[in-house]
Ligand binder design. Structure first.
Ligand SMILES: CC(C)(COP(=O)(O)OP(=O)(O)OC[C@H]1O[C@@H](n2cnc3c(N)ncnc32)[C@H](O)[C@@H]1OP(=O)(O)O)[C@@H](O)C(=O)NCCC(=O)NCCS
Length: 135
């Protein structure tokens, strides 16, 4: 079942564990302007929201390695779209590593568009691809 977490909710230990497993380091508890869509305990999508600008940025989206290609990330992003529309947010943004084919395919297939590249953006020198979506 899908749910929404805000900064005053307890930060779930399964997210912390999954972050360690997939990225090697956890992002940590939510700031007041952040929310996370979760499908416990398999997948989450963490966003930063700016209601004044009507924008939201996807900070991270992760599915547990044992549950890939079952539509979990897609479900979280579709739920996010629905929620943001209700909140008056009409512009979504994200950046992704150039080599991350799985994530880029996911975004493109859900109507996100590439709009810019940041050269050597990551600490290991990899380029970032910037995508956006208008709701
Ligand atoms: C990217 C990621 C979140 C996708 O999660 P997922 O739950 O497996 O994705 P879904 O099953 O919802 O896939 C939806 C669509 O995205 C695309 N997609 C997902 N994984 C893909 C892959 N490995 N190769 C190509 N396309 C892929 C496909 O179009 C897929 O639809 P289909 O299965 O009907 O072909 C997952 O691979 C992941 O956690 N990666 C590691 C963390 C990461 O890099 N996150 C993104 C940056 S923060």
């Amino acid at each position: 079942m899908m749910n929404l977490l805000i900064s005053t909710d307890p930060y779930p230990s399964w997210i912390h564990k999954l972050e360690l497993e997939v990225f090697g380091s956890p992002w940590g508890p939510l700031a007041p302007h952040e929310i996370v869509f979760i499908e416990t305990p398999w997948a989450y999508a963490r966003w930063s929201i700016n209601l004044v600008a009507k924008e939201a940025e996807l900070l991270r989206i992760v599915t547990h390695p044992s549950h890939l290609r079952k539509g979990k990330a897609k479900g979280l992003l579709l739920a996010s779209d629905y929620y943001f529309k209700q909140q008056g947010v009409d512009h979504l943004l994200l950046e992704v590593r150039e080599s991350n084919t799985a994530a880029r395919e996911l975004y493109q297939n859900l109507g996100w568009s590439f709009y810019r590249q940041r050269i050597s953006y990551y600490s290991d020198g990899e380029n970032a691809q910037l995508y956006e979506k208008r709701l």
